[in-house]
Write a protein of this length. Structure first.
Length: 348
């Protein structure tokens, strides 16, 4: 059953990736500021599998290089048509920030144009309006109407339903500014001298930089896909059972604790729980005994879900469960309580 599930998810990733690659190649042909996603297999950092039928795919933006942090912080808000609002909606908080075209030492002319730029600010909502139109047009010009449907959205987020051979998958397509040259000020990581990950790995991770995602109207969202990929990749170099714990926890979540197409707890939440637990228990001997290590991980998940609070691994002030449905979280917490009262390890 585990192998069958893994096979189906892998197959869905391959099929979705092939379709989205075709779609983004067409989008890139129509508008050079968007880049086609590469076809580099299931471990492509542009693709996040949040649940078996819920994916997030980032689409890189072209023509912005040489990023530097912005020193001057003045708050400004606009309508998507460019009119200034009289009062600010809210300051960018936690994972969010402004992005000015002047923060890049090199920027192609199309990022200075008013369809995406208001008074020097690159506005995510405007980028998303253009991107959504390109997605809709490209679905038709690629003859993908039978496989891809643009879903209605209350915000400017671009979601599509993709038909695979086994099921329908919902994909959020997110334009992203890739910044592989520096580490953001908001990510004060590691917080102190920790034994996990090693100093060498920390330096490697920080050298890979971060991304800024167009996922809200005004502010760009920090994303650390490359860093997370490196952390996951070398997880059991010491022969531990961390990845086995993660896989089993993920299966239990999908089968028992939090099933469904749009689960309140995703694979990304589980990954974050794993990172925090690895940091708290850095020694090899902490990960030799599977039942013991697995229980520790589930206890951490239970605590986070019960308290409706899970810190982002790199930006500590961010609660990843801040906007989650509290009754859904409570239901998951009660199922985890039942499991912890009588843990059953039926998976080898």
């Amino acid at each position: 059953q585990v192998e069958r599930r893994h096979y189906l998810v892998s197959k869905a990733v391959e099929e979705v990736q092939k379709i989205i690659q075709q779609l983004t190649a067409e989008i890139s042909y129509k508008a050079t500021r968007f880049q086609a996603i590469s076809n580099s297999g299931i471990h492509n950092e542009n693709i996040k599998v949040l649940a078996p039928s819920q994916f997030l795919i980032t689409v890189p933006l072209r023509g912005l290089t040489g990023y530097r942090e912005c020193q001057v912080r003045h708050w400004r808000y606009y309508t998507v048509h460019g009119a200034k609002l009289l009062s600010s909606v809210r300051h960018p908080e936690e994972l969010h920030q402004w992005l000015e075209v002047e923060q890049f030492s090199k920027s192609l002319q199309h990022w200075h144009e008013t369809d995406v730029n208001i008074e020097g600010d690159l506005v995510p909502a405007k980028v998303l309006i253009i991107f959504r139109e390109l997605v809709e047009k490209s679905i038709i010009s690629c003859n993908l109407s039978s496989k891809v449907t643009v879903l209605e959205s209350f915000s400017s987020v671009v979601r599509v339903a993709v038909e695979t051979s086994e099921s329908q998958v919902e994909v959020e397509l997110v334009p992203a500014v890739e910044i592989p040259t520096c580490w953001p000020e908001k990510a004060r990581w590691p917080r102190c001298l920790k034994r996990w990950p090693s100093q060498e790995k920390v330096q490697c991770i920080k050298s890979l930089g971060f991304d800024l995602l167009a996922r809200s109207n005004y502010h760009w969202q920090l994303c650390f896909s490359r860093a997370e990929h490196i952390l996951m990749e070398g997880l059991d170099e010491d022969g531990g059972c961390r990845m086995k714990c993660f896989r089993v926890m993920r299966q239990m979540k999908e089968d028992v604790w939090c099933a469904g197409n749009k689960p309140v707890i995703t694979a990304y939440h589980l990954q974050t729980v794993l990172f925090w637990t690895c940091e708290k228990y850095p020694r090899t001997k902490d990960w030799r005994c599977f039942p013991e290590a697995f229980l520790r991980l589930v206890q951490k998940l239970h605590k986070c879900v019960s308290q409706h609070f899970l810190k982002h691994y790199f930006v500590k002030n961010t609660n990843l469960l801040k906007y989650a449905n509290t009754s859904d979280l409570d239901l998951v917490a009660s199922k985890l309580t039942v499991f912890l009262e009588n843990p059953v390890f039926c998976l080898d």
